[in-house]
Structure formats: C-alpha cells, structure tokens
Design a protein around this ligand. Structure first.
Ligand code: EPU
Length: 437
C-alpha cells in the first residue's frame, strides 16, 4: 500500500482505541487461568490481533468478534504445534509460552517475530522457565519446556523485559514465586489486574521492581472478561503528530498518567497541553526548544515505541537535540528515509542527533510499525512536494482506523493499493513532481 501525504495542520477530535500490547497478556491470562471462555472488550481491529487469533485457532480455540468484543472459546485447546509462519509474524505471540505453561505445565513454541527493530532474543523468558524448574530445550526453530514446576521459586531478570515479565507471571500461576527486576509498563500492570480480578494473590512492589505471586490456592475459573486499557502509544502518536503539524486536537479516551513522560517532553519543548480527565488537548507551536538528551528507557521513562515519532518532531526545534534509545538502539530505519526528505539527522555513538531541518516531500519507505507512524508525521509536516510513503500497510499492524482518524482531523492523506493505481491517480488528480535529489 502507498500513502500520499501533504502538509496539513490537524484539527479536531480523535478517539484512542484499545491497547494492542495489553491484548496479548489478556489472552495469556485467560488461557493460564484455565478459563473456557475469554471475553476481551475494547479490542482494536488491527492485524497483530488477527494474527494472534489465527494462532489461537491453530491451538484448537474458536473465536468470534462482536463489535469491539472478542470472545475466545478455549475448551478444545491442545498443545498443538503452532505454525512458525504466524508465530513469527508478531512479538505478542510469545505470551503463549507462559500461558501454556500456566495451563498445561508444558509448552512448545516456534520463535516469535515482530518488527525488525534490532535484536529481540528470548533468553530471559527461557531463564524464567528454568528458574521455575522447567527443563527447556531449544533449537533454531522451537523452544520446548516440560517437567513439573516448583511449588515455590524465584525468578530474577538480568534486564527489564515487558513480554518476559508477562511470561514469568503466566508460568508462575500455580506456584508461589517472587519475580525480581520486573518491567512495570502499564500492560504488565494490567496483567496483574486481570489476574487479581479472578482471585489470584498477586502484587507489584513498585519500589523494589518486584512481583509476588501465590497461585497455589486459587480457584478454577470457567469464564473471564477483561477490558483493554486505551493504547498509550496511539495516544502519544496523536500528541506528537498534533505538536509537529502545529495543529490543535482533543485526544479522547486516554490515561494521561501512562504517557506522562511524553507530555512532559512536549511541554518542555513548548507545546501547549491540557489534561482534562481522560482527555488531552494539545496545541502545537511554530517553534520548539530542542531536547539536550532524551533518554528512552523502560516505563515510566519515555517509550521506545514513540522514539521515531518524536525524532520527526524535533526536526522543528531551534537547536540540536539528542536521543538515546536504550531499549532498541537499532530502531533507526526512519532516519534514512528522513534524510531523503532533507532532514539533518544522523546516528553517532549510539545517539540520534537531530539538527533543525525544513523537510520536503519525497518518495520514502517504511520498514516497521512505529517508523510508519513517524513517516506519516513527516509527510504531514513536509513542505513543497507530496510525500509518497511505501509499505504503508504496516500501519495496520497496530493502529486501528488510522487513515479514517487522520482524515477526521483534516490530515491530507490518500491511500492506494498498488503502484499502478498510484501512478494513475497522481497523473489525474495531483500536481506531484518527483523530487530529483
Ligand atoms: N531482551 C533480551 N532478552 C530477552 C527479552 C528482551 O535481551 O529475553 C531485550 C530486548 O532485545 C530489548 C529489551 O530487552 O533490548 C527490552 O525488550 P522487551 O522484552 O521489553 O520487549 P518486548 O517484550 O519484545 C514489548 C512490546 C514492544 C515494545 C517493547 C519495549 C509487546 C507485544 N511488544 O516488546 O512493542 O517496543 O516491549 O517497550 O508487548 C510495538 O508495539 O511496536 C512494539 C515493538
């Protein structure tokens, strides 16, 4: 798919959908709890969710979709080998590992995939299973864990990992376990809430980055119902998009606390932001202050999933900004594309260096989900020519109704299925002039 974008000033209201990355642990919780029926409300209709549902079907589950509600029947779930093809398309699939261990005390999974944003090993997930007493065998294609888990144990992560922490919780659901050095992203905290709702004795010791779980006395659950929190990365994308395009929008259905780090940075730069309960009003500025050094790290710090988007906005600052992404330092595919648009941006000593730049439209190509969002912002900011953004379909992995929402706030975007049609449309309706540099 190709998106054609033109400079726009966004204005209006936008409603944030349910959280992509809270969906996977919700499925995991339902399976690990042994529920036959899992109801998940406020589910976004995005590709990664559909891939996960296909995977569940391969495992023997059935599902139906009723508006924003997904109903999964797990009565026939088996320890089937799931196909590496679907498993490798997304990262969220990895929670099936912990979920199956929680339910059957056995699991065999192919290697998970996800966006190509640097190394994404699962050694910590395996360490968690080992710490619980599982025997784990792995080769290039599969990871298999078996053997009875300890009734009491301790898992200590070497680094903070979001899905690793989720898996550790799910596989500990029948034991008494202390999990140390955990990730505390809102999606992890939601998983804790899901389990608490169904009587699991689990708590997060925030000051010590520790989770204590005692699942030894829990009761059997037949049916569970979870409601997904709003997607904080979608909300943050809208905030940055409005600030970068000098627009003014009201973002509805947000938990402001979940994007505090983003709001703080934007305010420091000079965007006007008002928090009104579960709504945020943002008004962009013509000029921004640079950020001396923005450190991207685990929650509650600035999220890596918004690093490409803020990189674009900082091109408008009146001085040099630096970003250090400590989670995915190789998440830099947007930089090459921004250079094609005339941006003075580079990577030096593991930092992204952003100098003030006026960008122009160009033919560019997205490589992963969040860089697609960032390049859309770039296309809406760029002067002179239109921007032709290839691989736009990547956006559908994680943003629900993105084009419709963009059009609702007056963003100039048109999407075409293929190259030929794009050429026809360009000849007919636009004054597109390919950029020659
Ligand atoms: N890591 C290891 N070993 C492991 C696990 C992680 O070295 O066993 C490293 C990673 O390479 C990375 C760091 O630890 O450098 C953190 O990775 P983490 O495990 O936290 O990431 P994840 O669980 O694979 C989730 C989100 C990502 C998001 C990251 C970081 C889901 C399904 N995915 O991935 O979301 O970027 O946390 O917040 O929850 C996205 O939505 O676009 C996305 C990529």
């Amino acid at each position: 798919m190709i998106a054609i974008l033109e400079k726009s000033i966004v204005e209006g209201e936008v409603n944030v959908s349910g959280s992509k990355n809270a969906f996977f642990p919700a499925v995991g919780a339902g399976i690990a709890l042994g529920a036959e029926k899992i109801v998940i409300k406020n589910t976004p209709k995005i590709k990664d969710v559909f891939v996960m549902l296909e995977l569940l079907r391969e495992l023997g589950c059935e599902y139906k979709i009723q508006n924003t509600e997904i109903i999964i029947n797990t009565e026939k779930i088996k320890l089937n080998n799931v196909s590496p093809e679907n498993f490798g398309k997304i990262r969220g699939s990895v929670v099936i590992f912990g979920a199956l261990l929680g339910r059957f005390e056995k699991a065999k999974i192919p290697m998970p995939g996800g966006c190509k944003i640097g190394k994404r090993p699962i050694d910590q997930h395996i360490k968690a299973a080992n710490s619980l007493g599982y025997r784990v065998e792995e080769n290039e294609e599969y990871v298999e864990a078996y053997g009875a888990p300890k009734k009491e144990g301790k898992i200590k992560f070497d680094i903070k990992t979001v899905t690793g922490t989720e898996n550790a919780i799910l596989m500990s659901i029948n034991s008494k376990v202390e999990i140390e050095n955990v990730a505390i992203e809102p999606e992890v905290q939601e998983l804790i809430n899901y389990l608490k709702k169904y009587g699991v004795d689990i708590r997060l010791e925030l000051k010590e980055d520790k989770i204590l779980i005692d699942g030894t006395k829990r009761e059997k659950i037949k049916e569970v119902e979870f409601e997904l929190i709003p997607d904080r990365i979608e909300a943050g994308t809208w905030l940055i998009l409005a600030a970068a395009t000098e627009g003014k929008i009201k973002i509805k259905n947000v938990i402001a606390e979940h994007i505090k780090a983003v709001v703080d940075v934007l305010k420091e730069c000079g965007a006007k932001i008002k928090i009104l309960g579960n709504k945020i009003e943002v008004e962009g500025n013509k000029k921004y202050k640079p950020v001396d050094l923005l450190i991207v790290a685990s929650y509650p710090a600035f999220p890596t999933d918004l690093q490409p988007q803020i990189s674009v906005m900082l091109l408008k600052a009146e001085g040099k900004s630096r970003i250090k992404d400590n989670i995915f330092p190789e998440r830099i595919s947007h930089i090459r594309e921004l250079k094609k648009m005339g941006a003075d941006i580079l990577v030096e000593n593991g930092e992204i260096i952003i100098n003030p730049s006026k960008i122009h439209g160009a033919e560019i190509e997205a490589k992963d989900l969040r860089s697609t969002a960032a390049l859309v912002i770039a296309g809406l900011v760029a002067e002179k020519n239109q921007t032709i953004l290839k691989n736009f379909e990547l956006i559908e992995r994680g943003y629900e109704n993105f084009v419709k929402k963009l059009k609702n706030v007056n963003a100039k975007i048109e999407v075409f299925e293929d190259e030929i049609r794009k050429e026809e449309i360009i000849k007919g309706i636009s004054n597109y002039v390919p950029y020659s540099t």
